[in-house]
Design a protein around this ligand. Structure first.
Ligand code: PLP
Length: 341
Protein backbone atom coordinates (compact mmCIF):
# COMPACT_ATOMS: atom_id res chain seq x y z
CA UNK A 1 0.00 0.00 0.00
CA UNK A 2 1.29 3.48 -0.92
CA UNK A 3 -0.75 6.35 0.50
CA UNK A 4 -0.05 9.57 -1.43
CA UNK A 5 -3.38 11.27 -0.75
CA UNK A 6 -1.98 13.82 1.70
CA UNK A 7 0.85 14.52 4.11
CA UNK A 8 -1.77 14.57 6.88
CA UNK A 9 -1.82 10.74 6.88
CA UNK A 10 1.50 10.44 8.75
CA UNK A 11 1.44 8.65 12.11
CA UNK A 12 3.45 9.45 15.23
CA UNK A 13 6.76 7.58 15.33
CA UNK A 14 7.92 5.55 18.32
CA UNK A 15 10.19 8.39 19.50
CA UNK A 16 7.32 10.85 19.26
CA UNK A 17 4.99 8.55 21.22
CA UNK A 18 7.65 8.24 23.93
CA UNK A 19 7.96 12.02 24.12
CA UNK A 20 4.17 12.28 24.39
CA UNK A 21 4.03 9.70 27.16
CA UNK A 22 6.67 11.55 29.18
CA UNK A 23 5.15 15.05 28.80
CA UNK A 24 4.38 16.99 31.96
CA UNK A 25 0.83 18.35 31.69
CA UNK A 26 -1.61 20.71 33.37
CA UNK A 27 -4.87 22.47 32.54
CA UNK A 28 -3.96 24.71 29.60
CA UNK A 29 -7.13 26.81 29.84
CA UNK A 30 -5.76 27.91 33.24
CA UNK A 31 -2.34 28.40 31.57
CA UNK A 32 -1.01 25.53 33.70
CA UNK A 33 0.44 23.17 31.09
CA UNK A 34 4.25 23.53 31.25
CA UNK A 35 4.83 21.59 28.02
CA UNK A 36 2.41 23.80 26.08
CA UNK A 37 3.82 26.99 27.58
CA UNK A 38 7.38 26.01 26.70
CA UNK A 39 6.39 24.89 23.22
CA UNK A 40 4.51 28.11 22.44
CA UNK A 41 7.51 30.15 23.61
CA UNK A 42 9.85 28.00 21.50
CA UNK A 43 7.82 28.41 18.30
CA UNK A 44 7.43 32.16 18.85
CA UNK A 45 11.20 32.41 19.21
CA UNK A 46 11.85 30.34 16.07
CA UNK A 47 9.88 32.90 14.07
CA UNK A 48 11.23 35.92 15.96
CA UNK A 49 7.83 36.88 17.37
CA UNK A 50 6.74 37.63 20.92
CA UNK A 51 4.15 34.91 21.41
CA UNK A 52 2.34 31.90 19.98
CA UNK A 53 -0.83 29.95 20.74
CA UNK A 54 -1.43 26.22 20.27
CA UNK A 55 -4.65 25.34 18.39
CA UNK A 56 -6.30 22.06 17.42
CA UNK A 57 -6.12 22.69 13.65
CA UNK A 58 -4.66 24.84 10.91
CA UNK A 59 -8.12 26.05 10.01
CA UNK A 60 -8.69 27.34 13.54
CA UNK A 61 -5.22 28.94 13.60
CA UNK A 62 -5.94 30.74 10.32
CA UNK A 63 -9.38 31.86 11.41
CA UNK A 64 -8.15 33.19 14.75
CA UNK A 65 -5.36 35.08 12.96
CA UNK A 66 -7.77 36.57 10.43
CA UNK A 67 -10.00 37.81 13.26
CA UNK A 68 -6.91 39.40 14.82
CA UNK A 69 -6.01 41.40 11.74
CA UNK A 70 -9.39 42.12 10.09
CA UNK A 71 -12.22 43.75 12.07
CA UNK A 72 -15.79 42.63 11.37
CA UNK A 73 -16.95 44.41 8.23
CA UNK A 74 -13.37 44.78 7.02
CA UNK A 75 -11.78 43.21 3.99
CA UNK A 76 -9.24 40.46 3.45
CA UNK A 77 -7.37 40.06 0.15
CA UNK A 78 -6.34 36.50 -0.71
CA UNK A 79 -5.72 34.25 -3.71
CA UNK A 80 -8.82 32.64 -5.22
CA UNK A 81 -7.08 29.29 -4.69
CA UNK A 82 -6.03 30.00 -1.07
CA UNK A 83 -6.92 27.50 1.64
CA UNK A 84 -8.61 30.29 3.62
CA UNK A 85 -10.84 30.94 0.60
CA UNK A 86 -11.52 27.44 -0.69
CA UNK A 87 -11.29 24.85 2.07
CA UNK A 88 -12.31 26.78 5.18
CA UNK A 89 -15.99 26.70 4.25
CA UNK A 90 -16.75 30.41 4.54
CA UNK A 91 -15.39 30.58 8.09
CA UNK A 92 -13.94 34.10 7.73
CA UNK A 93 -17.37 35.47 6.80
CA UNK A 94 -19.25 33.33 9.31
CA UNK A 95 -17.07 33.77 12.41
CA UNK A 96 -15.23 37.01 11.69
CA UNK A 97 -17.75 38.99 9.61
CA UNK A 98 -14.89 39.33 7.13
CA UNK A 99 -15.44 40.28 3.52
CA UNK A 100 -12.95 38.52 1.21
CA UNK A 101 -11.83 39.70 -2.24
CA UNK A 102 -9.58 37.48 -4.31
CA UNK A 103 -6.84 37.68 -6.92
CA UNK A 104 -5.81 34.98 -9.35
CA UNK A 105 -5.76 32.04 -8.90
CA UNK A 106 -1.98 32.44 -9.15
CA UNK A 107 -0.72 29.75 -6.76
CA UNK A 108 2.69 30.80 -5.44
CA UNK A 109 3.32 33.13 -8.42
CA UNK A 110 2.00 36.25 -6.70
CA UNK A 111 2.10 39.66 -8.33
CA UNK A 112 2.70 42.12 -5.48
CA UNK A 113 1.92 45.19 -7.63
CA UNK A 114 -1.41 43.74 -8.71
CA UNK A 115 -2.29 43.03 -5.08
CA UNK A 116 -1.20 46.57 -4.12
CA UNK A 117 -3.60 47.98 -6.73
CA UNK A 118 -6.49 46.06 -5.13
CA UNK A 119 -6.13 47.67 -1.70
CA UNK A 120 -9.05 49.95 -0.85
CA UNK A 121 -8.65 52.80 1.63
CA UNK A 122 -11.08 53.34 4.48
CA UNK A 123 -14.07 55.59 3.94
CA UNK A 124 -17.42 55.66 2.23
CA UNK A 125 -18.38 53.89 0.00
CA UNK A 126 -15.74 51.14 -0.03
CA UNK A 127 -15.04 48.19 2.27
CA UNK A 128 -11.64 49.04 3.78
CA UNK A 129 -8.87 46.50 3.18
CA UNK A 130 -7.39 45.41 6.51
CA UNK A 131 -5.12 42.49 5.57
CA UNK A 132 -3.55 40.37 2.86
CA UNK A 133 -3.19 36.59 3.27
CA UNK A 134 -0.39 34.62 1.63
CA UNK A 135 0.00 30.80 1.63
CA UNK A 136 3.47 29.24 2.04
CA UNK A 137 3.88 26.68 0.53
CA UNK A 138 0.84 26.89 -1.72
CA UNK A 139 -1.39 23.83 -1.52
CA UNK A 140 -3.58 24.25 -4.62
CA UNK A 141 -0.56 25.92 -6.23
CA UNK A 142 1.14 22.49 -6.32
CA UNK A 143 3.38 23.03 -3.31
CA UNK A 144 4.92 26.11 -4.92
CA UNK A 145 7.12 28.38 -2.80
CA UNK A 146 6.45 32.13 -2.80
CA UNK A 147 9.90 33.68 -3.40
CA UNK A 148 11.44 35.73 -0.60
CA UNK A 149 11.74 38.76 -2.92
CA UNK A 150 7.97 38.68 -3.58
CA UNK A 151 7.23 38.49 0.14
CA UNK A 152 9.55 41.45 0.81
CA UNK A 153 7.80 43.42 -1.90
CA UNK A 154 4.40 42.58 -0.35
CA UNK A 155 5.67 43.62 3.08
CA UNK A 156 6.67 47.00 1.67
CA UNK A 157 3.22 47.33 0.08
CA UNK A 158 1.51 46.40 3.37
CA UNK A 159 3.62 48.94 5.30
CA UNK A 160 3.01 51.70 2.78
CA UNK A 161 -0.75 51.12 2.78
CA UNK A 162 -1.16 50.34 6.50
CA UNK A 163 -2.58 46.83 6.07
CA UNK A 164 -1.54 43.64 7.88
CA UNK A 165 0.09 40.61 6.27
CA UNK A 166 -0.92 37.08 7.37
CA UNK A 167 0.88 33.89 6.36
CA UNK A 168 -1.00 30.60 6.14
CA UNK A 169 2.19 28.67 6.82
CA UNK A 170 0.70 25.21 7.13
CA UNK A 171 3.76 23.96 5.20
CA UNK A 172 6.19 26.82 5.85
CA UNK A 173 8.73 24.17 6.98
CA UNK A 174 8.74 22.82 3.43
CA UNK A 175 9.47 26.32 2.04
CA UNK A 176 12.20 26.75 4.65
CA UNK A 177 14.09 23.61 3.59
CA UNK A 178 13.40 24.09 -0.15
CA UNK A 179 14.59 27.71 -0.36
CA UNK A 180 16.94 27.86 2.64
CA UNK A 181 15.09 30.87 4.07
CA UNK A 182 15.17 30.81 7.86
CA UNK A 183 11.96 30.68 9.88
CA UNK A 184 12.99 33.98 11.50
CA UNK A 185 13.33 35.60 8.05
CA UNK A 186 9.80 34.49 7.22
CA UNK A 187 8.55 35.52 10.65
CA UNK A 188 9.90 39.06 10.25
CA UNK A 189 7.77 39.58 7.14
CA UNK A 190 4.36 38.84 8.64
CA UNK A 191 2.13 40.32 11.34
CA UNK A 192 0.57 36.93 12.02
CA UNK A 193 1.39 33.39 10.93
CA UNK A 194 -0.34 30.05 11.29
CA UNK A 195 1.83 26.92 11.17
CA UNK A 196 0.85 23.23 11.22
CA UNK A 197 2.47 20.24 12.89
CA UNK A 198 0.17 17.72 11.23
CA UNK A 199 1.33 18.19 7.62
CA UNK A 200 4.11 15.73 6.92
CA UNK A 201 5.83 16.12 10.30
CA UNK A 202 4.26 13.10 11.99
CA UNK A 203 2.40 14.93 14.76
CA UNK A 204 -1.16 13.66 15.19
CA UNK A 205 -2.69 17.12 15.53
CA UNK A 206 -1.85 20.74 16.26
CA UNK A 207 -1.12 24.15 14.81
CA UNK A 208 -0.06 27.52 16.21
CA UNK A 209 -0.93 31.16 15.69
CA UNK A 210 2.13 33.40 15.99
CA UNK A 211 2.22 37.17 16.56
CA UNK A 212 2.71 39.98 19.04
CA UNK A 213 2.01 39.50 22.76
CA UNK A 214 -1.05 41.74 22.51
CA UNK A 215 -2.45 39.85 19.52
CA UNK A 216 -1.87 36.42 21.07
CA UNK A 217 -3.63 37.50 24.27
CA UNK A 218 -6.65 38.33 22.11
CA UNK A 219 -6.16 35.06 20.19
CA UNK A 220 -6.51 33.13 23.46
CA UNK A 221 -9.98 34.58 23.97
CA UNK A 222 -11.03 33.96 20.38
CA UNK A 223 -9.80 30.35 20.62
CA UNK A 224 -11.88 29.81 23.77
CA UNK A 225 -14.93 31.37 22.11
CA UNK A 226 -14.50 29.02 19.14
CA UNK A 227 -14.38 26.00 21.42
CA UNK A 228 -10.65 25.47 21.03
CA UNK A 229 -9.62 25.77 24.68
CA UNK A 230 -7.93 22.47 25.54
CA UNK A 231 -6.91 20.98 28.87
CA UNK A 232 -3.96 18.53 29.39
CA UNK A 233 -2.79 19.20 25.86
CA UNK A 234 0.93 19.02 26.68
CA UNK A 235 0.76 15.47 25.31
CA UNK A 236 0.10 16.97 21.89
CA UNK A 237 2.53 19.86 22.30
CA UNK A 238 5.23 17.26 23.09
CA UNK A 239 4.46 15.58 19.76
CA UNK A 240 4.76 18.97 18.06
CA UNK A 241 8.08 19.72 19.71
CA UNK A 242 9.39 16.30 18.68
CA UNK A 243 8.19 16.92 15.11
CA UNK A 244 10.05 20.23 14.89
CA UNK A 245 13.22 18.84 16.45
CA UNK A 246 13.38 15.65 14.35
CA UNK A 247 11.24 15.87 11.24
CA UNK A 248 11.83 19.25 9.61
CA UNK A 249 15.28 18.83 8.05
CA UNK A 250 14.31 15.39 6.70
CA UNK A 251 11.62 17.04 4.53
CA UNK A 252 14.37 17.25 1.88
CA UNK A 253 13.88 13.46 1.48
CA UNK A 254 10.18 14.00 0.74
CA UNK A 255 11.05 16.72 -1.77
CA UNK A 256 13.57 14.44 -3.44
CA UNK A 257 11.02 11.61 -3.72
CA UNK A 258 8.47 14.06 -5.15
CA UNK A 259 11.00 15.07 -7.80
CA UNK A 260 11.73 11.40 -8.66
CA UNK A 261 8.01 10.68 -9.04
CA UNK A 262 7.49 13.80 -11.17
CA UNK A 263 10.38 12.85 -13.45
CA UNK A 264 9.06 9.29 -13.81
CA UNK A 265 5.57 10.53 -14.77
CA UNK A 266 6.72 13.48 -16.94
CA UNK A 267 6.87 11.38 -20.16
CA UNK A 268 3.07 10.99 -19.93
CA UNK A 269 2.66 14.77 -20.27
CA UNK A 270 0.88 15.18 -16.92
CA UNK A 271 3.51 17.00 -14.85
CA UNK A 272 6.44 19.36 -15.33
CA UNK A 273 9.16 18.27 -12.86
CA UNK A 274 10.57 21.82 -12.88
CA UNK A 275 7.37 22.98 -11.17
CA UNK A 276 7.63 20.40 -8.36
CA UNK A 277 9.51 22.28 -5.66
CA UNK A 278 8.35 20.56 -2.47
CA UNK A 279 6.27 17.49 -1.54
CA UNK A 280 3.11 18.06 -3.63
CA UNK A 281 2.86 16.70 -7.17
CA UNK A 282 -0.18 17.89 -9.13
CA UNK A 283 -1.07 15.77 -12.17
CA UNK A 284 -2.73 17.71 -14.98
CA UNK A 285 -5.03 15.23 -16.73
CA UNK A 286 -6.70 17.79 -19.02
CA UNK A 287 -5.24 16.14 -22.12
CA UNK A 288 -5.36 12.56 -20.84
CA UNK A 289 -8.02 9.89 -21.49
CA UNK A 290 -8.34 9.18 -17.75
CA UNK A 291 -9.87 11.84 -15.54
CA UNK A 292 -8.77 12.30 -11.92
CA UNK A 293 -11.52 10.21 -10.21
CA UNK A 294 -10.96 7.35 -12.70
CA UNK A 295 -7.17 7.41 -12.20
CA UNK A 296 -7.63 7.51 -8.41
CA UNK A 297 -10.11 4.62 -8.45
CA UNK A 298 -7.94 2.42 -10.67
CA UNK A 299 -4.79 3.19 -8.67
CA UNK A 300 -6.61 2.38 -5.42
CA UNK A 301 -7.49 -1.09 -6.78
CA UNK A 302 -3.72 -1.66 -6.98
CA UNK A 303 -2.90 -0.30 -3.55
CA UNK A 304 -1.91 3.25 -4.52
CA UNK A 305 -4.00 5.99 -2.95
CA UNK A 306 -4.03 9.44 -4.57
CA UNK A 307 -6.40 12.46 -4.39
CA UNK A 308 -8.68 13.70 -7.14
CA UNK A 309 -8.55 17.43 -6.37
CA UNK A 310 -10.55 18.57 -9.43
CA UNK A 311 -12.16 16.55 -12.25
CA UNK A 312 -8.94 16.80 -14.26
CA UNK A 313 -6.34 17.37 -11.53
CA UNK A 314 -5.01 14.58 -9.32
CA UNK A 315 -2.53 15.16 -6.49
CA UNK A 316 0.23 13.00 -5.08
CA UNK A 317 1.93 13.91 -1.79
CA UNK A 318 5.15 12.54 -0.31
CA UNK A 319 5.65 12.42 3.45
CA UNK A 320 7.31 10.81 6.47
CA UNK A 321 5.45 7.50 6.09
CA UNK A 322 6.21 7.03 2.38
CA UNK A 323 9.47 5.14 1.87
CA UNK A 324 11.35 4.22 -1.32
CA UNK A 325 9.50 0.93 -1.69
CA UNK A 326 6.10 2.64 -1.56
CA UNK A 327 7.36 5.34 -3.93
CA UNK A 328 8.56 2.73 -6.47
CA UNK A 329 5.23 0.89 -6.22
CA UNK A 330 3.34 4.14 -6.85
CA UNK A 331 5.54 4.96 -9.87
CA UNK A 332 5.02 1.48 -11.37
CA UNK A 333 1.23 1.50 -10.93
CA UNK A 334 0.69 5.10 -12.09
CA UNK A 335 3.01 4.68 -15.09
CA UNK A 336 1.10 1.59 -16.20
CA UNK A 337 -2.29 3.28 -15.79
CA UNK A 338 -1.19 6.45 -17.61
CA UNK A 339 0.36 4.40 -20.44
CA UNK A 340 -2.75 2.20 -20.86
CA UNK A 341 -5.81 4.32 -20.10
C1 PLP B 1 -2.37 25.46 3.18
C2 PLP B 1 -3.24 24.91 4.27
N1 PLP B 1 -3.68 25.72 5.22
C3 PLP B 1 -4.45 25.28 6.24
C4 PLP B 1 -4.81 23.96 6.31
C5 PLP B 1 -5.74 23.54 7.42
O1 PLP B 1 -5.25 22.63 8.28
P1 PLP B 1 -6.24 21.68 9.15
O2 PLP B 1 -6.63 20.56 8.25
O3 PLP B 1 -5.40 21.28 10.31
O4 PLP B 1 -7.42 22.51 9.55
C6 PLP B 1 -4.38 23.06 5.33
C7 PLP B 1 -4.76 21.64 5.39
O5 PLP B 1 -4.37 20.81 4.62
C8 PLP B 1 -3.57 23.55 4.27
O6 PLP B 1 -3.14 22.76 3.29
Amino acid sequence: MADLRSDTVTRPTRGMREAMAKAAVGDDVFGDDPTVNAFEAHVAELFGHEAALFTPSGTMANQIALQLVVPAGGELLAGADAHVVTYELGAAALYGGISTRTWGPDGAALDAERIAAMIRPAGYPSVPTAAIAVEQTHNLGGGGVVPLATLRHLRAVADAQGVALHCDGARIWHAHVADGVTLAEYGALFDTLSVCLSKGLGAPVGSLVIGSRERIARARLIRKRMGGGMRQVGILAAAGRYALDHHVQRLTEDHERARIIAEALAPFGVVDPEQVRTNLIPLDLSKHDLDAPALAARAAERGVLISAMLPRVARLVTHLDLDDEAMDHAIDVLSELLANP
